[in-house]
Design a protein around this ligand. Structure first.
Ligand SMILES: [Zn+2]
Length: 184
């Protein structure tokens, strides 16, 4: 199959392929450089052995917005734009709050939210972040894309929880989606 869009790299295996599109950073490195880069990464919510402490510490002392910090790879690894928006919504956190204004419990909650949402993503093969109660009659397997998410790409539509209009703005070059009422 021909690559679609701005594909930076394609990984090909016996059973399929995966394209890397729209990464924040994409470079070719020697194994030594790769190890050095890995050592700088924040904990990975997909890693069952991961220790969230470095994330709690780094985010908890930063004055930058939590919506920015969640996508900083040296703070926490692997959280993309959908997980950022959806985890902040599910935890009722305003994306623009400085990291150091969040309590330890709030930061740990965001970590746990991403652990759970990413596990669903791996199991279903789609990023489904809605609870069954918020998509009555629509099973997980059929939720994508219309019933899959609360705020991601739903700007201009009603919030599934409060009915307010979901908003979108630019944050660090990526679209940020949030509910101004649920996440006040
Ligand atoms: Zn809302």
């Amino acid at each position: 199959q021909a690559p679609v869009g701005a594909v930076r790299a394609r990984l090909v295996g016996e059973h399929g392929w995966a394209d890397l599109r729209g990464p924040a950073l994409c470079t070719v490195e020697t194994p030594e450089e790769a190890r050095a880069a890995e050592a700088k990464l924040g904990p990975d919510p997909l890693d069952p052995q991961a220790d969230p402490e470095p994330f709690l510490a780094a985010a908890g002392r930063s004055r930058r917005a939590i919506g920015v910090l969640l996508m900083e790879q040296n703070v926490v690894s692997g959280i993309g734009n959908i997980f950022r928006a959806e985890s902040l919504f599910r935890r009722g956190v305003d994306p623009l709050r400085p990291g150091n204004s969040l309590t330890r419990e709030e930061l740990l909650g965001l970590w746990e939210e991403n652990v759970e949402l990413m596990a669903v993503g791996v199991r279903v093969g789609r990023i489904i972040t809605t609870d069954p109660a918020d998509r009555p009659g629509v099973p997980e397997s059929e939720a994508w894309p219309v019933h899959a998410n609360y705020v991601y790409h739903r700007h201009g539509q009603d919030c599934l929880h409060c009915g307010a209009t979901v908003l979108k703005r630019d944050l660090n070059g990526r679209g940020l989606y949030w509910c101004p009422v649920c996440q006040a």
